[in-house]
Each structure stands twice: as C-alpha cells, then as structure tokens.
Ligand binder design. Structure first.
Ligand code: GLC
Length: 427
C-alpha cells in the first residue's frame, strides 16, 4: 500500500506539495523515552527544552525522572543496561561514566562529526572511549563558593581565600547573627552524604591542600599523604561547628534548601543553584555572589571538581534514528542556550561563552569559563571500569573521618591498601 501510494504520486505536480506537507508532520511519529536525574529545575524545564524538537519532528519525548543522587542513578542505569532494556532510548549520563558504560551505547561520532568540533575538545575527549563517542555533552559543571554579600558587608569581611578564613568568618557571622535572633543560621553548607557528591567535595579539599587527585592521571594511587589527611581533618572540624551535623546526609538539594531559605553564610554548590537562588521565591535573591573555592594555605591553588552531563543513545533502543536526532538537538547550540538561560547550566559549546543573551541572563556563565577549563577531573579515566568502586571507597573513607570513625591518617592508610587490592596488576 505504501509503495503503491508513492508510485502513484511520483512525478505528478501534486507530489511536491504532498511531500512538503508530509515532512512538516511526519507520518511515523515516535515516542521517545529519556531518563535523567531530577535536580533543581531540570524536570520543570524539560518540556520547554524539547518542544522545538518535538514540533520539528512530530515525535514525542517522555521524561522519566530519576533520583537526584548520581550514585543512585548509576546503579539503576547499570541494571537496566545489563538487562538490555529497550524501553529507554536515551540516558542522561554523568561525565565520569563513559568508560564504564561505553559498551551499551551507540557510537555518535559519525552523526556528530560537524557538531562535536563546536564543543570544548577536552569534554568531547572525556566522552570518547577507544575512539567511540559514547555520549554528547549537554552541559558542563564546576562548583562555586556562594556567599552572602549582605552579611559579609555587614561584618566588614571579604570573601575568604583560605579554608581557615572561611571557617573563621563563618563562625563569627553565625555567632553574632544568632545572638541577634537568627537562630537557624549556619556558617557553611556543602555535600557530606556518602555518595558521589562527597567524592567531588573531598577531592576539592584534598587537591587545594596540595594532596593530589586520589589516583593520578598515570594510575598511581596517591591519596595516602599528610596533606590529604590535613584537608580531611579540616573538613571534620566544620561538622557541628559551622555546618549542621545533618550536613553528613546532605546532597546538593539539601544544601541549596538551607541556603535558599536564608540560613547559611556560605555554600559549596554547582552553577544550577545560581538562577534558583535568584528566583522570586528565594530569600537570598540579589543578596549573594559567587567566587572560587578557598585554598589550604599559601602557595596552594583553588580546586574545582569537573562535573557535567551528557546524553547517550542506548544500543537497545528501538528508535535509534529518532533518539540520535534528539541527542544531537540536546547537545546543539539552541538547546544549550535555552538550558544556560533557564537553568544556569554551563554550555559545552565554545561560542556560547560570547553570547550576549546568556551573559545578561546568567553572569556566572562567562565568569565561570576559566574555572571549568581548569577544573580537576575525578580519576575516572585512569581507573576505567573500576571508577565507581574507587569513588565509593574514597567517599566512605571520607564519610567515616567526618563522622568521627577513625582518624583521617588511619582511614587514608586503609583506603590506600583497599585501592591497591582493587587495582591488582593494572586498572
Ligand atoms: C553534579 C556534577 C556531576 C557530579 C554530581 C555529584 O551533578 O555535574 O558530575 O557527579 O554533581 O553529585
């Protein structure tokens, strides 16, 4: 029937008009399923984000929201992918997952041959495993130190340069404001739960004290050293003094919740919290600014962990062509610009850092280009398929230290032994 219809109209004057009409509303609209973690405005914005693609293709996208924790998402995705689940067409993937999940995703290098060169090469590189482009970047991430401009000004303080300065300023403002009636105010909120987010925070402490990157780019396990131990003991001293005890169960959203209700002087968080903090329902709207995270001491440099998210097409999808088209759209300039303006997510397309609309709506974005370009990667490249285990052993050692289960020095010595076992002859 289809064939007959085509041959009937072929060559006729009607053909051109009909084919134009058909390409505007394709006959075979497809239902595409996209899974993604739900942090900040991501779910709320998704419908607006994909609408232009849906209108252009006639396809429909269903978002399946996942837990906020990247560690929980990873566990679920790994199960689905191992089972060859064909209900999910696209996965939103964390920057650290490419080597571990590469086998389950479609190679996007041919489809993205013109798009990929528009992105920062290092980010494309991070998603390339043995020459296969396993996911396309949709935004990158590097954290900021959020601080209350109004409170710092009130007490004649500058944004802190060192972690000790941060603790002193936080404590002084916390104490004085509490005396004046702000009973619920805390000095500093961050991500202390035992999950991937703690790996990010703790890598920043360790690196900014000159204690290395857990596992170095050449595969060497470096974490058992005095500077790393000092960094962790420093963080432990915040718990229950400038940070609530509950910080040991905080992820990004819990920290943001406390901050946005006006109950924190400082917060460590990713750029998504910038636009939300300036939202109409935020108590800190217009009262805060951002700067780079502090350093351990003189001669040390600030460290921001490199984060970021990508889109990958499942090998088990039954709608691969449409899924690839959606991946290309989400990684392309139109969607990245929309996401930058609506969610203050950092684009991975180089030219968007010169975009006037983005700079006007979200000044953090052009300001943050050098921060993410100098950000510290987690050791997912050198540890290959074992990264998740490396990270979970690291965050457990850190969480133990912060909770008072053993000293940093003892916990890091044990971690070194565990990682050495895990490594075996090679990663
Ligand atoms: C952010 C980062 C991601 C990281 C996660 C940890 O979402 O973009 O890379 O793994 O935070 O919580």
């Amino acid at each position: 029937m289809t064939f007959k219809f085509k041959s009937l109209i072929a060559g006729s004057v009607m053909a051109a008009a009909l084919s134009t009409a058909f390409s505007a509303v394709p006959a075979s609209a497809e239902e595409i399923t996209y899974v993604s973690g739900a942090v900040g405005k991501a779910v709320e914005n998704f419908a607006a984000l994909v609408k232009p693609w849906e209108e252009k293709t006639g396809n429909k996208v269903t978002l399946v929201p996942m837990p906020a924790s990247t560690s929980d998402q990873f566990g679920q995705y790994r199960l689905w992918l191992a089972a060859g689940n064909s209900d999910i067409d696209l996965y939103q993937t964390d920057v650290i997952w490419a080597p571990q999940l590469a086998d389950h995703f479609v190679d996007l290098s041919a489809a993205a041959k013109d798009l990929a060169p528009q992105h920062f090469p290092s980010i494309i590189q991070s998603q390339t495993v043995n020459g296969k482009l396993v996911a396309l970047p949709i935004f990158t991430d590097a954290p900021a130190l959020y601080y209350r401009k109004d409170l710092l000004e009130k007490y004649g303080k500058q944004p802190p340069k060192t972690w000790d300065e941060l603790a002193a300023t936080a404590k002084e403002i916390q104490d004085k404001e509490r005396e004046a009636g702000a009973k619920d105010l805390w000095g500093f909120v961050w991500q202390g739960n035992a999950y991937e987010g703690l790996t990010c925070d703790a890598l920043e402490w360790v690196k900014s004290f000159g204690g290395g990157q857990i596992v170095e780019p050449d595969g060497k396990i470096s974490i058992n050293n005095e500077k790393a131990a000092k960094a962790l003991e420093t963080a432990k001293s915040w718990v229950g003094t400038i940070s609530p005890e509950g910080v040991l169960s905080y992820q990004e959203e819990e920290a943001r919740g406390l901050w946005q209700s006006g109950n924190a002087v400082f917060m460590r968080n990713w750029p998504y919290a910038y636009t939300l903090g300036n939202g109409d329902d935020s108590k800190v709207k217009g009262k805060f600014d951002v700067t780079t995270l502090p350093v351990g001491g003189e001669g040390d440099t600030s460290a921001a962990t490199l984060g970021g998210w990508n889109v990958a097409v499942s090998k088990y999808s039954k709608h691969q062509e449409a899924a690839i088209s959606l991946a290309m759209y989400l990684a392309g300039p139109e969607a990245q610009k929309q996401r930058a303006i609506a969610e203050s997510n950092l684009p991975t397309i180089i030219s968007l850092y010169d975009d006037a609309d983005i700079a006007k709506a979200q000044p953090i974005i052009p300001q943050w280009k050098n921060v993410f370009l100098n950000a510290v990667p987690r050791p997912s490249a050198p540890t290959l398929g074992k990264y998740n285990e490396v990270s979970s052993k690291f965050w457990s050692a850190v969480h133990d230290t912060l909770s008072g289960n053993g000293s940093a020095a003892d916990n890091l010595a044990k971690l070194e032994a565990d990682l050495t076992d895990l490594k075996g002859d090679q990663w």
